[in-house]
Every structure is written in structure tokens, then in C-alpha cells.
Design a protein around this ligand. Sequence first.
Ligand code: NAI
Length: 740
Amino acid sequence: MENFKTELDADGILLCTFDVPGKTMNTFTKAALGDLETIANRAKTEAEIKGVVLTSGKTTGFCAGADLEEMLGGAWEVGGDLQGEAKLKANFDAAFEMNRVYRLLETCGKPVAVAINGVALGGGLEVSLACHYRVMGNGPKTQVGLPEIKIGLFPGGGGSQRLPRLIGVQNALLAMSEGKSFKPKEALSQGIVHEVVDEGKEVEAAKTWIKTKGDPVAPWDKKDFKIPGGGPYHPAGAQIFIMGNAMLRKQSYGNYPAVLNLMHSVYEGLQVPFDTAIKIESRFFCNTLATPQAKAMIRTFFFSMQALGKGSGRPAGVAKTEFAQVAVLGAGMMGAGIAYVTAMAGIKVVLVDRDQASADKGKAHCEDLLKKAVSRGKMTQDKAQGVLDLITATPDYAAIEGSDLVVEAVFENTELKDQVTRQAEAPLYKGAKAGSAIFGTNTSTIPISLLAKASSKPENYIGIHFFSPVDKMLLVEIILGEKTSDETLAKAIDYVLKIKKTPIVVNDSRFFFANRCFIPFTAEGMIMWSEGVAPALIDNAGRMTGMPRGPLEMMDDVALDLLTKITSETAKAMGDAYQPIPGEKEVAQMVADGRLGRKNGKGFYDYPADRNTPKTLWQGTKDMFPVTQAEANPAEVEELKKRLLYVQAVTAARCFEEGVITDPREADVGSILGWGFAPWSGGIVSLIDAIGIPKFVEELDRMEKAYGERFKAPQLLREMAAKGETFYSRFGKADKAKAA
Ligand code: NAI
């Protein structure tokens, strides 16, 4: 066997150590499953084997589940050219393989215990659930969980059947629908594992159980078995399904096939004997895996995030930069956040503002964030003090000397930015770091090449665009100016990775990538409002698309005064080319009347002082645009949803056409991390690929006629449609790299 090492001890216990060669973490490939089948058969047939213990030979953990690379590569969908039932049968058999093998182990007739000596997620926990006894090491990083839902799947290796039979329907559904992980003590109190022992003692404890108690029959294979808390036919159990269904619908709006299939699998599977139950699970799993949503989510949430997290856009051949000191210019909302995340990464920060009081205010914001972390038990007081001590707040630009990087976050004003750039570059490009330091601006709208004109070293000048609130938002857009060098780009990426954010690299353009695609979503909401669509309907349709909030409530969150300012600045900068958005005057009026959005409790909604009381729609919107459409039938709702999603997607396509963004992985990950674009789709270009370019173009043509130029299909899409391309086939860098 390649993937397991076996060792039979004097007591007849077969220790099977999972250790996939050449991989840092164990996953279940089809080959590894084959080895597990060999183990199950040996246990069944060899009399000298009295029991089996599974454990891992990796220091990184026990097992991360099914091998996603193999899964996405098609090993789980083998139907290929087959048609109809034959295809379904082939795919079912492929998906059932995990269940079949785990069940063989469970019913081998010998007691099987697992020594969980590190993380056991997905299929890693599922194989453990198929063992008769589970011992978990009390390691700081050890955890168990079924996170499949986060990548558009649900547990398909018996997890959706064994977990509810073990810990009850309610707890199991919560754990699986949120993809929650459990640390050793939680796992024990939930009843997911039987015993928690000190790290390194797992195998010993598992063997002791086999020698002393070793029961080879799973609870659900015993005659008197009852589902804890009741199954679907039990009055209490039935209640859970009624409530659970409603809750999951409310959270997911039916956008996630995996969530619906999880409910189906649990509800139907719990009504039948176990061997039939796992077949039901595999049927729903197979169906889920075949959806474009699952494929796109696996690609984006697993592979692309991993690639970007390793700096896939980083130019090769530039040595990695270590950051000893970073200067942040402007200690306002963004600057203070940037100082915080930088110090959290262990880097010294010089936080500069125009006077001491303003600089101190920024540092005080960092202190507040640290206090919160301590009060929530996420950090010790000592660590918090250590982070705070790394930040020096000062109005003295001379303190910038010796920094590896300056991040500029002063007011959004070109003249001011020019002035502070010159003022900061003098000490930056002096002394020991003169040859290697770089300068990043956090501007959200001003072209980088324009700002770079004020720089004495435009090749060292780059956009490093954070999102608000900086401590929470994971995306950073890196924007190249005309003269930005590869070396500067590599350094900017090194910095972003060091502060544990995900970088995407984009070319200079108004609003760059994220805001350029997001703004049309809110603009479309305003246009609908001006057309007489009821605000409640607009925001409901927005949420139903899978966006975190509707367009009007999103505007309240961003702040109406900020949006009005951006609109007027854009109009000024674009001159005659600017096309006003219907409703922008009305929003400006709301701002003039003191309705600034959530921040002052008044915007499109009224926000009660008590945060637990829900917000209500402000009735004044109806005086500005009388409601002509208060209700919508399902087809009309679909049309509203389509407008809100497609207007963003067509903008992303234009960004590809103009070369603003070049990697579909960056567009997808950027859209989800940057502005919460419908995660079920796998991201903004995965959405277009799943619709199919010809169909998308056809819809855009119809929508352009119905609603206007903003839906006009770019030439690029027509060309791609004619050639039968997708974004991933035409622009996909990962696949090309592999092919090469
Ligand atoms: P802010 O108004 O909260 O902070 C700006 C800070 O710059 C103030 O503390 C001000 O005292 C300081 N400042 C002004 N003149 C200065 C000088 N000569 N030297 C040093 N400091 C000076 O603004 P905010 O929201 O933090 O924005 C800063 C930058 O970040 C802008 O370029 C903005 O476009 C950009 N940005 C803002 C986002 C947001 O959501 N607010 C998101 C992404 C980027």
C-alpha cells in the first residue's frame, strides 16, 4: 500500500498510519480509498487481527478530506460520453466509492478506533465517524469539522448520515450548514469524539479501548438504536426540520444547491436503514457535484484563494522583502486601520498625521481594536501591549526615514496627495533604505499614474488599495501605474501577504476593479427607485441574488454623503462624458437634509438607537419617486435580480476587455472578498462562464434595448461567444501554467 503503513502489534492490533507520499497533508484520493479497502478486507478476513487503529503520519494533521484536485479534475464524475441513466449510474458509483469503503471498514467485524492526531476535516472526520471509537489529541491546532458547505458541497462520505445519528439532527444540521469546526474540548462535549488525550497519547488510548472494550458494532447498527432528539417522524424531530428548512431558506434564498441537498439527504436518509441512507446521501452528493455552483465554488474558494494567498501574481526573480518598518501617512479611518493590521503582523509602524492630536487619534483607534480583541479572549494583554508599542504616532515626517514602505492614506485630494508624497519621499529615499523602499497610495479613485507624477521615483510608486473596515476586509487591490516596476509590484505583494490579506493585481483605471464593478450595483438600485419600484422590493431582490445586502441598504452602509462626494468628483473629472445616474440628485437632497446613512441613523432606512431593533424603511423615499411597482410576480423578481447581477458582471467583462484585470481567479476572488459578490456563483466571471457567454450576450442585447447602454455587451464577449470560449479557457493562468 502506498498511502498507509501498517504494523501488527503483539496484541493483534493493526496500526494503520495514513501518510500520502509527497504531500504535506493527507487527502483521500481514489488510490488512498483503495488502500483503506485493503485494510478493511484484511481486518475482516485475517484472524490474527483483533482490531484496527487509524492514525496519521503527518505533522500537519490527520486528514483534510477528499482530494479536491482529483475531484475537480473529474475523478468523481466519470460518466464522460455516456448518456442518460448509464451516465448517472457511473457518476453515482464514483461518488459512492467513499461511502462504500468507509462502510466496509465500519462493518468489518473488528473494532476500529481512530487516533485523531491533528486536524480532521471533511472526509477526514467522516472516516473517523465510520470508526467505532474516536480519540482526539488535545493539540492547539487539532480540530474536527465538516466544512464542505463552504466550497459548495455537503458531506458525502457518510457525514450527513452519521453525524445526526450521533449528536442529533439540530446540532448536526447547524454544524454542517455552517461548516463549523470543533476544538478537542468542544468535540468531546458535543459527543463527536469519545475521548480527548494529551498530544502524542492518541494511539495508546485507541489501543487501550480496543483491548478493554472494543465494540465492533456502530450505534446505528444496533437493534435498539434511536436518533438522539428524534428523527423526522418523531414530533420533536419533525419540528426541527420545519424550522431548519425555513432558516436555511432565509439564509440562502435557495441559491446554494448544496444547502438544499444537505437538507434532503438528512431528512430522507434518517427515515431508512443505514445502508440505504448512504445511497441517498451519495445521490444528492452526486447531484450537487454536477452543479456549476459547486465547481465554481471549489475552484474559487479552494484553489484560487490558495494560489492568490501564495502570491500568484508576483513577478518571479525578485527576492522576498522583509518589512522592518512601515510608515502610514494619514491617521484617519483607513490609515489607523492600516497601522493596526501592519503592527499585528509584527512590523514597526510610524503613523504620521498633520498634528500630534490627529496622529494620536489614529493610534487610539488601534488601541480600541486591541482592547476588543483582549476582551473577546482572542489575545493576551501582553500581546496587545506589544502590538501597540510597535506604533509610533507623530506629526514629524523625519520619522519616516528608515522605512521599507510608505502607505499614504490622507484625504482624497490630488494636490494634498502630491504635497505629502514629496514631503514623505525626502526622508524615505534617504539613508539605509534609500535603494529599496517603495511608496504605496491608498487612493480609491485617483489614477495612480497621475499621482505618480509627484513622485521622484515613479517606478517605486504603486497603488495599495484597502477596503473598509481594514481590520476585517481581506482583499487588497494592488494597482500598477504606467511606470511601476516589477520589483515594486513584488514588494507590494510581499507586504500584503505579510499582513495576511489577499492581493489582486490590477491596471490603472477609474475606480480600478472592485469599486468599478460594485458601483453599478448601487446605481442600478437607484435607477429602479427612480422607475417607481418600491425600495423594499429593490433590496429584497438584491438580497435574493446572494449579495450580502440590497443596493439601497448597502448605500446606507457606505454613507450617502461619501457616495454623493464620489459622484460629484467623478462628474467633475469626467466632464462632458459623465452620465448622471437617475436618483443622484435625490440622494444629494437626502444628504443636505441630514440623512447620511447608517452612520447617523438616517438614510434610506431609519435605524433605531437600539441595535437589536430592526431598521425600517424611511417613508420619505416615496415622495421623491412615487411607487408604481409595490409588488412583483416571480418573473418580475427574476428580472430585477438579473439586472442587479448582470450590470456588475458586464462591467467585469469590460475590465477584461480593457486589460484592467487579467486573471479570472483574481476577478472571482476579488469580487467575493472585496464586495461580497454572490458567493454561490464562485465569483463574478464564474457567473458569466456558468451562464455561458452566448446566452449572456443574448441577454445583454435584450437588456440593452430595455434599459440602456450600461448593459451593452463588449466586443470581447461577442468574440468569445463566436470562438466558444469561457473566461477560464481564454484568460485562465493556472491552467496554462499547468499545461506548460
Ligand atoms: P479620513 O478623513 O478618515 O482620514 C484622512 C486623514 O488624513 C486625516 O486623519 C487627516 O488629518 C490626515 N491628513 C490630512 N492632511 C494630512 C497631511 N498633510 N499629512 C498627514 N496627514 C494628513 O479619510 P479616510 O476615509 O481614511 O481615507 C483616506 C484615503 O483612503 C483616501 O484617499 C480615500 O479615498 C482612501 N480610501 C477610503 C476608503 C473608505 O472607505 N473610507 C476605502 C479605500 C480607500
